[in-house]
Ligand binder design. Sequence first.
Ligand code: IPE
Ligand code: IPE
Ligand code: MG
Length: 260
Amino acid sequence: MAVESPYTDNDLNAFGLSRERIPRHIAIIMDGNGRWAQQRGLPRIEGHRRGVQSVRTVVEECARLNIDQLTLYCFSSENWKRPRLELELLMNLLQRYVVAEREEIMRQDIRFSTIGRTDRISSRILSEVNQTIEMSAQNPGMRLCLALDYGARDELVMAVRSICDRALKGELRPEDITEETVAKHLYTADMGDPDLLIRTAGEMRVSNFLLWQISYAELWVTETLWPDFRSEELFSALKGFASRDRRFGGLNQPSSPAGT
Ligand code: IPE
Ligand code: IPE
Ligand code: MG
């Protein structure tokens, strides 16, 4: 399959977008696979399978848009509560994805990575994941990060532990701990924060995803279920993002005398 060329400024204008209003980092809570399948009388795994197609489309579109980073919530630390069969099928699907997509990842110059715990994922899957990470480590294009066995609280606990450890060893004084110190101890230490957080399937919650990093992300929730989320939906989210007024606690108007 040939890689589609990157979108030009003219292409973006035709979509009603402009380059300077495209987010650098998009994070997505890919929800609704089970409901998609249930609505069709299919087993839940069919929804997950079909969801992989949406992943392919969104990855390719984001690469064409020259987005720096795409972070996809694939499996949360709470998802282990799912029935055993669903877990097994999900893990198989994940393994197949990281193997099957290698060619596309290389062709699209994507740098692949993951965030989350690694001690509960089977070594068979981890070795495939690591192979894809190593293989793509020098790629100059978009960074694609899968959140696997990821939980933001878990991540913060881990960060607090390692900061305490360093303090106890005398490497760090408590008064020198800054926001930057915390950020550097998270799984996302070498990434920027998401500018846009998309959640599919309508729930108005963040389900333990990137709690620290989304402090100032713009939120976009769509009723569309993840297996139905394709280019058109992505572009709607991007247009929504482009219309937001990001103030980061300040004011966007030209400065005026204090209090007026
Ligand atoms: C999201 O779809 C995928 C994972 C959490 C692994 P769900 O499986 O949560 O689908 P719904 O929310 O039950 O429809
Ligand atoms: C969030 O979806 C996790 C992923 C998309 C991987 P869930 O379906 O697990 O979230 P809740 O249970 O609706 O909060
Ligand atoms: Mg769900």
